[in-house]
Ligand binder design. Structure first.
Ligand code: PLP
Length: 357
């Protein structure tokens, strides 16, 4: 059988994954067989996880972070809700979140037996604080805000949502799975430094340029992390707070390596490059008459007729749509101005097909 090669990233515009940084790739290869799920046995990778956690704390404004490198944003969101549920011990728990929340929240609600109440967003796709406020009650265990939404790259009003959560006696969780590595270079109020939020999802395997799988779950206080721990009788380590048992040492080592290499200057440069790409693409789409959504973070959404969308896919562009049908282009580190120019040239071609001779 022929040896399969991974596909190139040059036409991938829809994904929140990207080419890992060379230092992350190299670190991943070295730790392929180490299991951070058993830190007493695999002590070197456990120390790297401590490094990764400290760096995630630096990025998110938390001097003593509690948490771990998860398999991704899905696990981190499930675990944040599980921690809040275990901590609250409510017999009929609910979670309140804007409808822009990632679909991992549906999985979390299903797995954990928690009601998920999603509420409408405002005209600019951000959580509507009044709607969230109206939806919380005595059984609300967690309120979620998104800092960098999957579909439109929007940042919810985190400090106001935190007030709503805490007034209701609930935990405040911020999902910065995608946005966490670009937001430090913006004026948005999103982190542990901006509001007394309790937990956060932030994924090194997205804009952090680590290898897959490397997600991040952070808690301000150890109490919520402890609410996840189970005893582990047959391991050298005595308890485990993660959802998965054996975990990827490659993910952990690569997260530590990528952040050591890129925080803060490398991430700042990448943010500036991709924000400029997103704004350029937005201007180009608007100039062509498309109805587009101005990029707050490096993500552009635009209305595109079905025929043009499908023709671009046929030409090999990996593009996707929002739930409401817009094309979304995520300007990840592998996206270049050159590839965006090529994309627009193809768009012009499918919009105005050249006459046949
Ligand atoms: N949260 C947000 C905001 C996301 O955009 C995503 C994925 O795109 C996730 C969570 C889920 O992350 P993962 O696919 O790593 O599980």
């Amino acid at each position: 059988m022929q040896r399969a090669a991974p596909q190139a990233f040059d036409r991938v515009l829809s994904s929140m994954c990207t080419e890992p940084h060379p230092a992350a790739r190299e670190a991943a290869e070295r730790f392929l067989a180490a299991n951070p799920g058993d830190p007493a046995t695999y002590q070197t990778v456990a120390a790297l996880e401590d490094d990764a956690l400290a760096l995630l704390g630096d990025i998110t404004g938390l001097s003593s972070p509690h948490g771990y490198v998860a398999s991704g944003g899905t696990e981190a969101n499930i675990q944040a809700i599980r921690a809040a549920r275990n901590h609250a011990r409510d017999d009929d728990p609910n979670v309140v979140a804007p409808e822009s929340v990632h679909f991992s929240f549906q999985k979390a609600a299903d797995v954990l037996g928690v009601e998920l109440r999603t509420v409408p967003v405002d005209a600019d796709y951000r959580a509507n604080v009044d709607a969230v406020s109206a939806a919380v009650d005595d059984h609300t265990i967690l309120v979620a805000g998104v800092a960098g939404t999957t579909e439109f790259g929007r940042v919810d009003p985190i400090p106001a949502l935190t007030d709503v959560a805490h007034d209701a006696g609930a935990t405040m969780h911020v999902d910065a799975a995608w946005g966490g590595f670009v937001l430090p270079f913006t004026d948005h109020e999103w982190s542990f430094a901006h509001a007394p939020i309790d937990s956060m999802t932030i994924d090194p395997h997205k804009f952090g340029q680590a290898v897959v799988p490397a997600g991040g779950l952070l808690f301000r206080d150890t109490g919520l992390l402890d609410a996840l721990a189970v005893d582990t009788p047959y391991l050298e380590s005595t308890s485990q707070a993660t959802l998965t048992g054996t975990r990827s040492g490659a993910g952990v080592a690569s997260a530590a390596a990528a952040m050591r290499e890129l925080w803060p200057d490398g991430y700042r440069e990448e943010y500036e490059r991709q924000q400029a790409n997103a704004e350029w693409l937005y201007d180009e789409l608007v100039a062509r008459g498309y109805d587009a959504v101005a990029p707050e973070l490096p993500l552009v959404a635009a209305h595109l007729p079905d025929t043009e969308f499908e023709s671009l896919r046929d030409l090999g562009w990996r593009i996707s749509r929002t739930a409401s049908g817009e094309l979304r282009v995520v300007c990840m580190p592998h996206v270049s101005r050159e590839s965006l120019r090529a994309f627009l040239a193809d768009l012009d071609g499918v919009k105005h097909p050249p006459a046949r001779n």
